[in-house]
Design a protein. Structure first.
Length: 276
């Protein structure tokens, strides 16, 4: 079975380095002329999938915006995950889960086991309970060709107090996460299946990403102030493994399918010019 790292490598080579987040904020539903209910959510999400799933490498639905409508919102999420994958996009489900290992196994079953209706190609996870506690997700991903993106240096300003904290061995919390993921990805070709999340807004922090050998998801572009030019400064030699991610900047171009496609095209052109 082909690994997630290999599938992602091919997808970005064919479609360009771009992830578009599906974040149906109440404000965006209103801007699109949609009601803030499950019908509006469904119309919004389906329109994004129709516009982009056959052309962008990765779509990243944010689970919270679906969860807030209860089981009917989750049903919409299930259906757009399926449709996106059928149209050829990889789906990175942004759920930011993280728990003790035994519970993590249940999350892995929910999101990375092909028997689950919520199974995606990859998920986001939080390492706050220790990178080792995430092992059930890593194992489930490896067994089924899935991927896991671990938060390392997040795009929000509040993250610094925790992520830059220095441990007894002199490394920051973020560098410890980076090093542990680097170890698991070592030797993978063309790319490991464990990714890191490193915001496009963080500036130069001195963290060493050179051995990650996995995808580096870079949210924070557009609406949070990050730009493709910032990527070069933040990622340096690791730029080739960066997966730039936009949500509101692209979604705000809707609801017309053609406008969404044009916005995604602009984003991928700008990112490709930096990443190559
Ligand atoms: O894991 C993420 O995707 C993520 C990590 C991070 O550090 N910062 C961050 O903004 N995100 C997500 O990326 C998206 C950013 O949305 P925009 O600011 O609209 O582009 C949101 O869904 C966030 O939850």
């Amino acid at each position: 079975m082909e690994s997630f790292g290999s599938r992602l490598h091919r997808a970005t080579a064919q479609r360009g380095p771009l992830c578009v987040g599906i974040d149906p904020h109440a404000a965006l539903l209103a801007r699109w002329g949609l009601s803030d209910d499950v019908a509006g959510l469904e119309r919004f999400a389906r329109t994004v999938v129709e516009a982009l799933a056959d052309r962008v490498a990765v779509l990243k639905p944010q689970s919270a915006f679906f969860e807030r409508f209860g089981s009917r919102g989750i049903a919409v999420l299930e259906s757009i995950i399926r449709q996106s994958r059928e149209a050829g996009a990889l789906v990175l489900l942004d759920v930011k889960r993280g728990d003790i290992g035994s519970t993590m196994a249940a999350y892995a079953d929910a999101y990375l086991n092909p028997d689950s209706a919520l199974c995606a190609d990859a998920i986001t996870v939080s390492p706050f309970l220790g990178v080792g506690s995430l092992r059930p997700a890593f194992d489930m991903a490896a067994a089924h060709g899935g991927g896991v993106f671990v938060l390392a240096l997040t795009s929000n300003p509040e993250g610094v107090a925790v992520q830059h904290a220095v441990g007894a061995d002199g490394r920051t919390v973020a560098q410890t996460v980076i090093d542990e993921i680097s170890q698991v990805n070592a030797g993978a070709d063309p790319l490991g299946s464990l990714g890191l999340v490193v915001g496009a807004t963080i500036g130069e922090t001195g963290h060493d990403l050179s051995k990650v050998n996995g995808p580096l998801l870079a949210p924070g572009l557009g609406a949070q102030g990050g730009s493709p030019a910032d990527l070069r400064r933040i990622f340096g030699e690791s730029l080739r493994n960066v997966l730039p991610s936009y949500s509101r900047e692209v979604l705000g171009a809707g609801p017309e399918v053609a406008s969404l496609r044009a916005a995604a095209d602009r984003a991928v052109t700008a990112c490709s010019a930096v990443i190559g």
